[in-house]
Design a protein around this ligand. Structure first.
Ligand SMILES: [Fe+2]
Ligand SMILES: [Fe+2]
Length: 397
């Protein structure tokens, strides 16, 4: 197989990757006539806190999304996979092994370029690759030219590309996300969506409905988003009517299906990460996973520490005995949101306006009949809930 002739490695923490990174990559592909450019995110240093450095997996996924817009590019996890401290010289050696006949280039930020002589084995780096950079600002140009001379005296081959300045930094992106400011011009739209969908860099100490709205929008298609908003509106109405906490109803309604469009594999991963043990019935009933994973995501990823909201999401599909007012409100609102049009929705809406228990009984019998007809297992929580509300309603009658 013919090997690519010119390959550049573009390393960095990419926390997150932004439009200046991709512009620099595209400019070098053009200028150096590269056959391949490889984004290589660094491994996560163990001492960095969550706010500073998110997981390598997230940084890698964002690189993959952004790289779609850079010709000749690919993304490699070789530094992430390599255990221990990662040195550029080791990565270059690995690339040389993979592509022995290719000419290698190393693209670094200007600040890194200015300290290259202090890296591990600088001379070996210089023998393996041509080092390339771009100035961050006008003052940099002069500095980089002078430094180029110094590196050349040490045997380096260098390229400083005087690109149009783009005033973007990863720390600025993180700061804007934290303060709920717009990042649409700073990162690729797929990266933006990924940041919101995974609740990265966000301020977890302050509840903000607008922010949650962004998260929900990024995690699902339009139809499900409309459903989520409708459940939120209906939950507020029912909460007001029956005396539940209206703002929690608004929140739980919006978030109740937050992992419904997440793959089954990821749903199980979220459940496992939260140390939730599934019962045999839960294991065998995929429909329940999004409720359990959703509650775990809201609590452990989004940091919403409210037990009633957790349980309202956790049991919005199955129901359970002794449900709180909020849990019942969310369970019913899921049936009676504005876009629902199944046979029997009018009766369900009328019951919801009369009594929460009667509406619960109707909804549960609907679910149980559906599961039984399809020969699917019925969660004991559902049966307990059904018996409870049937006894309550018959006593009242
Ligand atoms: Fe659901
Ligand atoms: Fe739903």
């Amino acid at each position: 197989m013919k090997q690519p002739h010119k390959i550049a490695m573009f390393g960095g923490s990419f926390n997150p990757i932004h439009n200046a990174h991709t512009a620099v990559a595209s400019a070098f592909v053009k200028k150096l006539k590269l056959d391949k450019i490889i984004f290589i995110p660094t491994a996560t240093p163990p001492h960095k806190s969550d706010e500073e450095m998110i997981s390598a997996e997230h940084r890698l996924n964002m690189c993959i999304a952004a790289a779609e817009n850079v010709k000749k590019s690919e993304v490699s996890d070789i530094e992430i996979k390599r255990s221990g401290k990662s040195y550029t010289v080791d990565t270059l050696k690995q690339l040389k092994q993979l592509y022995p006949d290719s000419e290698l280039y190393l693209i670094t930020g200007a600040d890194m370029f200015l300290t290259l002589q202090d890296w591990k084995c600088p001379k070996e780096i210089f023998s393996l690759a041509t080092v390339c950079t771009v100035p961050r600002n006008d003052a940099d140009c002069e500095l980089l030219r002078e430094h180029e001379e110094r590196l050349r005296e040490m045997g380096a081959k260098t390229v400083v590309l005087d690109l149009k300045r783009m005033d973007i930094s990863s720390s600025e992106v993180r700061k804007r996300v934290f303060y709920d400011e717009d990042i649409s011009g700073l990162v690729d739209s797929k990266v933006e969506k990924y940041i919101y969908a995974n609740y990265l860099y966000m301020n977890k100490s302050k509840l903000c409905y607008e922010r949650f709205n962004k998260v929900i929008k990024a995690r699902m298609g339009e139809k499900r988003y409309i459903h989520s908003v409708n459940v939120s509106i209906e939950a507020q109405r029912l909460a007001k009517k029956y005396g539940a906490d209206v703002s929690l109803a608004k929140l739980a309604g919006l978030l109740h299906d937050c992992t419904k469009e997440t793959s089954a594999k990821q749903q199980l991963q979220i459940i496992e990460n939260s140390n939730i043990i599934l019962s045999d019935v839960e294991k065998s009933t995929q429909k329940l996973w999004h409720s359990i994973a959703g509650a775990a995501f809201v609590r452990d990823v989004m940091g919403i520490d409210n037990e009633d909201v957790f349980n309202a999401i956790r049991y919005h599909t199955s129901g359970r005995a002794n449900m709180s007012l909020l849990e019942k409100v969310i369970y019913i609102a899921d049936f009676t949101g504005a876009e629902r049009d199944y046979d029997g929705v009018d009766k369900m809406r009328a019951l919801a306006d009369r009594s929460l228990e009667e509406a619960m009984a109707f909804g549960l019998s609907f679910s149980i009949a559906d599961l039984a007809q399809r020969s699917l297992a019925i969660d004991p929580n559902t049966v307990l809930c059904y018996n409870e509300v049937i006894l309550q309603t018959s006593r009242k009658k």
